[in-house]
Design a protein around this ligand. Structure first.
Ligand code: SAH
Length: 364
């Protein structure tokens, strides 16, 4: 058997491999490995690596989750942000963006729509917006939990003090998404202004764990200045944190950020990392992200086939969707929630899986 396929088998069996083995998988040339370009006859060594990798990942995901795909209704409730991350379109320094906030009532309307469509998790995501004080957020969370006791609430609102995280949890929040973005200090400082630190980000993640949230972390693939060694550190940090959810997606440029002239991440490397993460974390909840669907028309289908088991249709009111502009050309900004769900469901089925009506909690 090819050396790299041996590494993959070892990874499937032991859920771990060494740094140099990881580097071998990550650095295998991807030029020939585009799934779209595959034909029986022209399977190069490299694309066969990806085929073998994705098949292993799919086997492992089916062992734990079968063909079920969980749905999270994403409510992007504010695009105000006090931070100024160099990659992100809603950074406070972007004065070209018109800003919005959803009211408690508007958020509840999103949930009503989502619940009718069969969504049993609502994700409240936004910039770091101090307009929403803890008591408002807690009122929104408990409103959702009272009206939809069969649903989970996930928060994705950045770095907060321990007491705030605790208050949201006590109000009923179940899960929290906070990507670490990069686990390398120096790299972190190339992506964020001086005022932000990896240490604080990590501390937030440990606090969330301690409080009892199902925690999600992750990183962007192909962010500016990223090297293989950083990706290996990202993976090692996730192994240390043991998150219930792992979100990764390609870095995509945004024309009104300092990184407007940088190169975007690649579909191929993102898929490869998805599969590696599935093999290392058989039980993790891993979304096929909107960024993956943005970089390639069938990116999310390919993501599911490479080990992802979650999709996150957009539930935000259509009139604000374009303004939640993390990166350029973001998909799903024009459709009503029902169309979004229908479109995603067709994609899930075409990839060979089924969308289920369920909270979709982490399986221990
Ligand atoms: N304020 C929240 C939510 C941030 S948006 C927080 O701090 O967690 C959610 C994720 O989008 C980020 O964690 C980041 O990984 C991703 N993101 C932001 N800008 C991006 C870009 N230009 N390309 C790809 N992903 C991006």
């Amino acid at each position: 058997m090819d050396k790299r396929n041996q590494i993959i088998s070892q990874l499937e069996m032991n859920k771990n491999i060494s740094d140099s083995e990881l580097a071998a998988l990550l650095e295998t040339d991807i030029n020939e490995a585009q799934p779209d370009a595959r034909t029986e006859a022209s399977l190069s060594e490299d694309s066969s690596l990806d085929l073998f990798l994705f098949e292993s990942a799919d086997r492992v995901r089916k062992n734990v989750y079968g063909t079920d795909v969980y749905v999270r209704g994403l409510i992007e409730f504010t695009n105000y942000c006090k931070n100024n991350c160099y990659y992100c379109g809603i950074r406070c320094g972007n004065s070209a963006l018109s800003r919005y906030r959803l009211s408690r009532e508007e958020i509840m309307v999103c949930c009503r729509t989502g619940h009718k469509l069969g969504f049993r998790t609502f994700v409240l995501q936004g910039g770091e917006d101090d307009y929403y004080k803890d008591d408002i957020l807690c009122a929104i969370i408990s409103d959702i939990k009272t009206n939809y006791p069969d649903c989970a609430v996930t928060l994705s609102i950045g770095e907060k003090p321990y007491e705030s995280y605790k208050a949201y949890f006590d109000a009923g929040a179940d899960r929290y998404l906070l990507r670490h973005e990069t686990a390398d200090d120096e790299h972190y400082h190339k992506l964020h202004p001086e005022s932000m630190s990896l240490q604080n980000r990590k501390e937030c993640l440990w606090n969330l764990k301690e409080i009892g949230y199902q925690v999600g972390s992750g990183f962007m693939v192909g962010s500016p200045f990223q090297k293989t060694e950083h990706l290996i550190k990202d993976i090692r940090f996730l192994q240390e944190l043991k998150p219930e959810m792992i979100g990764i997606g390609p870095f995509l440029t945004h024309g009104d950020t300092p990184f407007k002239d940088q190169k975007s991440g690649s579909l191929e490397l993102t898929l490869r990392l998805l599969a590696i993460l599935r093999l290392m974390f058989p039980n993790a909840l891993i979304p096929a992200t909107t960024a993956l669907g943005t970089i390639s028309p069938d990116g999310r289908e390919l993501g599911l086939k490479a080990g992802a088991n979650v999709v996150m249709p957009n539930l935000s009111p259509v009139q604000v969707r374009k303004q939640y502009s993390l990166y350029d050309n973001k998909i799903c900004t024009g459709e009503e929630a029902a169309e979004c769900k229908g479109c995603l469901e067709r994609r899930v089925i075409s990839a060979g899986y089924k969308m289920v009506v369920s909270r979709g909690d982490f399986k221990k």
